[in-house]
Ligand binder design. Structure first.
Ligand SMILES: [Zn+2]
Length: 213
C-alpha cells in the first residue's frame, strides 16, 4: 500500500508565507496534487514513492511574483519555475527560457522542488515574512522616523505614515529595502545600521514610486 499523498513540507512553508503576506490574494488557480489528466503523465504534481507532491501552483492575482521569485531563488530546495510561457531552472542559473508546454501558465506560476527527501523536508523559511518584519522594525525606531520626516517634508510634503503606506503597497520595494537593511546591519564596522543611509533609501524609493529595479 502506498503512503497517503501530502504536499512537501518545504512547499507548505512557502504557501503559508505567501498566504500570510498576501492574505487577500486570489487562490482560484492554486493547486498541488495532480488531477486524473496529470496522473496519466509524468508530473511533479503526482505523489512520488514517498507520497510527497513536490510542486505547487500559485495564482498570480494579488501577489507580487518578482518578490516570490527572488525568495525561491534563495531557497536550496527550489528546482524550477514556469510562468507566462517562460521556464527558469536552478541548474541553468535561473535564466529565462521559452516554455512551450500545453499549459502556458498565464494565470498561475508553477514551482517544482528537488525530488529528494532532503529538499522535501527542508522547512527553513523562504524569507517572505522577514522582509516586511524587518522593515517594520527599522521604521519603528524614532531615529528613522525623524530622518524620514525631515527628508519627506523637505522634498514632497507627505507624512511619514503616508510614505510608509505607499512603500508597503510595493512589495518588491519592501524586499529591496529589507536587503539593504540586511547589508547595513551586517557591516563589520560596529555592526550598527546607518539610519541616515537607510532613511535615504526609503525616501528615494517612496518618491520614485515604481517597483524596485
Ligand atoms: Zn503546476
Amino acid at each position: 500500500m502506498s503512503a497517503p499523498p501530502y504536499l512537501a513540507p518545504a512547499l507548505t512553508v512557502l504557501r503559508d508565507e505567501i498566504n500570510r503576506r498576501w492574505p487577500r490574494r486570489d487562490r482560484t488557480s492554486d493547486g498541488w496534487i495532480g488531477d486524473a489528466r496529470h496522473q496519466a503523465t509524468r508530473s511533479d504534481h503526482n505523489p512520488n514513492e514517498r507520497g510527497s507532491v513536490d510542486a505547487i501552483d500559485v495564482d498570480e492575482d494579488g501577489v507580487d511574483f518578482p518578490t516570490i521569485f527572488a525568495a525561491i531563488k534563495r531557497h536550496p530546495s527550489a528546482r524550477y519555475v514556469i510562468y507566462e510561457r517562460r521556464l527558469y531552472h536552478r541548474l541553468r542559473g535561473w535564466k529565462s527560457e521559452p516554455y512551450d508546454g500545453v499549459n502556458p501558465h498565464e494565470k498561475h506560476f508553477h514551482l517544482s522542488i528537488d525530488q529528494t527527501r532532503e529538499a522535501e523536508q527542508d522547512t527553513r523559511p523562504w524569507g517572505l515574512l522577514e522582509d516586511t518584519d524587518m522593515l517594520d522594525r527599522a521604521t519603528d525606531t524614532p531615529i528613522i522616523q525623524a530622518a524620514l520626516h525631515n527628508t519627506m517634508i523637505g522634498r514632497s510634503g507627505v507624512t511619514v505614515g503616508v510614505a510608509l503606506d505607499q512603500l508597503r503597497a510595493v512589495p518588491a520595494a519592501v524586499a529591496k529595502l529589507a536587503t539593504r537593511v540586511d547589508e547595513l546591519a551586517a557591516r563589520p564596522a560596529g555592526g550598527a545600521i546607518d539610519y541616515d543611509q537607510l532613511a535615504d533609501a526609503i525616501v528615494r524609493r517612496v518618491l520614485t514610486g515604481g517597483p524596485a529595479s
